[in-house]
Design a protein around this ligand. Structure first.
Ligand code: MG
Length: 327
């Protein structure tokens, strides 16, 4: 890692969780080899990022691109300061994950019962009372922490707005069950800064001993504004994806693949310009964006690779230096 990133990391004020290796890269880049995925994750680990979502232990019949999760995790040059996260759909997936060197287990559920049923094939109650306890037990026995995505935390495309109190109640249950980190996910980009403040406020009122993260989607262009609202409401953990890479957002299948996560480099640049330290080496991150664009075979929607950081001073081009001809 560049020395700058090591020094900067110590006094980081926010944590960015990089989700692209699992939530984006395999969808955006067709036919990636395991070695290419490993090289990408190793390069990301050099930038000062402290948490990386790497793989999914979903059955390959349901998720063919996740066929190599075990080999992928075995191939990573793990860094002790980085937490490597693996998604599991059920207890069997969790049992697969804990025999690898993955540090943290990720589970999905939705605040909207309808969305939970449509996307996970079970009711929210079943998720909470059947799927989760066995995953949590397996993770605890193998000394792995558990992170949960609460999808549709800011709205469900089929049921509408989710009340902040409902989200707060769900977070309370998950905290009591032993989950260590919860990410409130705006699955189809329905949040706005007002609903973000209200929902985070309702969760914060409970003063739980839990790490709270946000995961916004840019479906309607409001993701960065929502990150700022969440920061002002006290959130310090943000899920982002290099270049904005994503799969198609749940429940919005008419939208294009690959464009809906918050680009990591955009949020790093914004925080740093505001004097909020991320501990991440932006130039190293931009190198990773170049690598991802090469693998994807196209430009990705993040802004900073091409716009450059706002504080960068440009040389005045020759044509502007010429004396204007007034007559
Ligand atoms: Mg996402």
């Amino acid at each position: 890692m560049p020395n700058g990133a090591t020094t900067k990391r110590k006094d980081a004020q926010v944590t960015l969780v990089e989700v692209s290796p699992r939530d984006g890269l395999p969808a955006v880049c067709d036919g990636l080899s395991t070695a290419e995925k490993i090289r990408y994750i190793n390069k990301l680990s050099e930038t000062g990022l402290r948490k990386i979502e790497c793989a999914s232990f979903t059955h390959p019949r349901l998720l063919p691109e996740g066929y190599d999760a075990e080999r992928l995790i075995a191939g990573i040059a793990k860094k002790p300061e980085v937490t490597y996260v693996g998604l599991v759909p059920n207890e069997i997936g969790c049992r697969r994950a804990v025999i690898t060197q993955i540090d943290e287990i990720l589970i999905l559920l939705a605040a909207s019962d309808t969305f939970n049923m449509l996307n996970l094939g079970r009711s929210l109650k079943e998720s909470l009372h059947k799927a989760l306890p066995s995953i949590l037990e397996t993770a605890a026995q193998n000394r792995r922490s558990v992170r949960v995505y609460v999808m549709t935390a800011f709205g469900c495309p089929y049921m509408g707005r989710i009340r902040p109190e409902e989200v707060a109640q769900l977070v309370l249950k998950l905290a009591y069950m032993g989950v260590s980190e919860i990410a409130l996910v705006d699955s189809t980009g329905m949040a706005n800064p007002k609903t973000v403040r209200e929902t985070i406020g309702a969760v914060a009122e409970q003063s739980l001993d839990i790490k709270l993260a946000v995961h916004f989607h840019n479906t309607r262009g409001a993701a960065i504004a929502n990150c700022m609202a969440a920061y002002e409401a006290g959130v310090r953990i943000f899920d982002t994806s290099l270049g904005g890479m994503s799969a198609t957002p749940y429940g919005a299948s008419e939208l294009d693949l690959g464009y809906w996560n918050v680009p990591t480099e955009d949020l790093v640049q914004l925080f740093e310009e505001m004097g909020i330290r991320t501990g991440i080496d932006l130039e190293g991150l931009l190198e990773c964006v170049r690598m991802a664009e090469k693998m994807a075979g196209r430009a990705l929607p993040g802004h900073i690779l091409r716009a450059r950081p706002a504080s960068q001073i440009f040389e005045i081009p020759q044509y502007l230096k010429r004396r204007p001809i007034l007559d």
